[in-house]
Design a protein around this ligand. Structure first.
Ligand SMILES: [Zn+2]
Length: 428
């Protein structure tokens, strides 16, 4: 059976342009639906399940920004890629559309070949999406509104394939979206857990697809010292803490302790590595469609812990540096390195040994690894939005001073990073 055709929803108020979109996209083999403004698009979304939305910005009744904002808040719309095509192409508009979650901004007029190329890219690109970016404990509130308060959860998406990293409180919304998108069809879902500290599993009991009969859920995590992974997940759903038991989850649940560091999760090639954090904690390096994403949250450089600063031991220090090099190798050449960056340099001095990284070290690893992009992640719950802005500026200055190619960003809840496929005419 051929794969289902992709459906594209076009939001455009100019009737002539609508016709052009229809002819071009239909003849390229896509199913096309056309509406003239954002409100009509929202109304359609309940019944139509588009794989891509193309929108103008200045449309009657609802501006394109508002459409993107609403889509991102809707379970059926949160993950749908959006291409903005607008005559209003000031840099400010472009930045705003991308910050709101558009995948790409194209200035009118767009050549037919470019349109089809961008559509193809949007449907085949690897997308990394942040559902929770906060370390230690959820910290919602006006002071963390821009970067977000939910604890770690990230998805790596390629077409209709999806891999979940961690089940912090951010996984709750992801679960709602996945269930809404499924429209009653059974789902196969794979989740990698780095470790079982609360902030990485606390959303798990609220992950709706785990309660749906017919769904299959595979959870991978580190092997245990004292308790098996299954027992830890069961423990947080003990009746003293939660009204529903793990055994009441109706999905077909498979919990795997990782014994072999190299394994395949569906189409995703995964490599696991032990990182430096209290208990047993793993980082993951994931390859899909030629893209590499390294996820190493909750880790601390070994070299600062291993030797007494007052009486340094050269041999131990060399050992620490060797261990730290392992993380650099793990992030080597990554298209995106998602890095623990919890502490400022001043905080790290006070919190040495707590298992987290000072953000300068996060950037240094990214530079040494020659990563293409680093996402500062695991924002401290005490850091408000302005402090994360300052962290980002500081880290960008550090990368610039090192003349490094790495692009530094600070992970934002709800943000989607598109890792575009290289082609003859463009590269990511
Ligand atoms: Zn932890």
């Amino acid at each position: 059976m051929p794969p289902p055709r992709h459906r594209i929803l076009v939001v455009e108020d100019d009737p002539e342009l609508r016709e052009v979109f229809e002819v071009v996209l239909t003849s390229a083999g896509y199913d096309v639906s056309l509406v003239e403004d954002g409100r009509a698009a929202i109304d359609l979304l309940e019944h139509l399940h588009p794989d891509l939305i193309i929108t103008d910005l200045l449309t009657p009744r609802m501006h394109g920004y508002e459409l993107i904002r609403r889509l991102r808040a809707m379970p059926q719309g949160a993950r749908v890629p959006v291409l903005v095509i607008s005559g209003q192409a000031y840099e400010k508009d472009q930045r705003k559309a991308l910050d709101l979650g558009a995948q790409r901004f194209l200035a009118k007029p767009v050549r037919q070949a470019d349109l089809l190329h961008e559509v193809e890219q949007a449907l085949t690109a690897v997308v990394v999406r942040f559902w929770g970016v906060r370390g230690s404990i959820a910290a919602p509130g006006p002071e963390t509104q821009r970067y977000g308060g939910n604890t770690p959860c990230v998805t790596i998406e390629h077409g209709r394939d999806l891999l979940i990293l961690d089940a912090g409180t951010g996984v709750r919304k992801l679960g709602i979206c996945l269930q809404a998108e499924a429209h009653g069809r059974p789902q196969n879902i794979t989740m990698l857990i780095t470790h079982t500290h609360w902030d990485h599993i606390q959303g798990f009991p609220f992950f709706v697809p785990a309660y749906v009969p017919g769904n299959r859920l595979d959870v991978y995590g580190p092997p245990s010292v004292e308790k098996p992974l299954e027992k830890v997940l069961r423990g947080q759903m003990d009746s003293a803490y939660f009204p529903v038991a793990l055994g009441d989850m109706a999905a077909d649940l498979h919990i795997h302790e990782i014994r072999d560091p190299d394994f395949q999760a569906g189409p995703f090639k995964v490599q696991a590595m032990l990182v430096n954090h209290p208990g047993i904690t793993m980082g993951y390096r994931v390859e899909i469609a030629g893209k590499v994403i390294t996820y190493a949250t909750d880790t601390e450089p070994y070299r600062y812990l291993i030797t007494d600063r007052e009486a340094p031991d050269a041999e131990l220090a060399a050992y620490g540096r060797r261990r730290d090099q392992e993380l650099v190798d793990f992030a080597k050449g990554a298209d995106l390195y998602i890095a623990d960056s919890q502490y400022s340099p001043a905080e790290y001095v006070r919190k040495r040994g707590w298992g987290h990284t000072c953000y300068h070290d996060a950037v240094d690893v990214a530079i040494a690894a020659n990563a293409r992009r680093v996402a500062l992640f695991s924002h401290d719950p005490m850091h408000d939005d302005d402090m994360v802005d300052a962290k980002l500026a500081d880290c960008r200055a550090r990368a610039a001073a090192a003349d490094a190619r790495v692009e530094v960003i600070a992970a934002i809840e709800g943000q989607a990073i598109t890792l575009r496929q290289p082609t003859a005419t463009s590269s990511s």
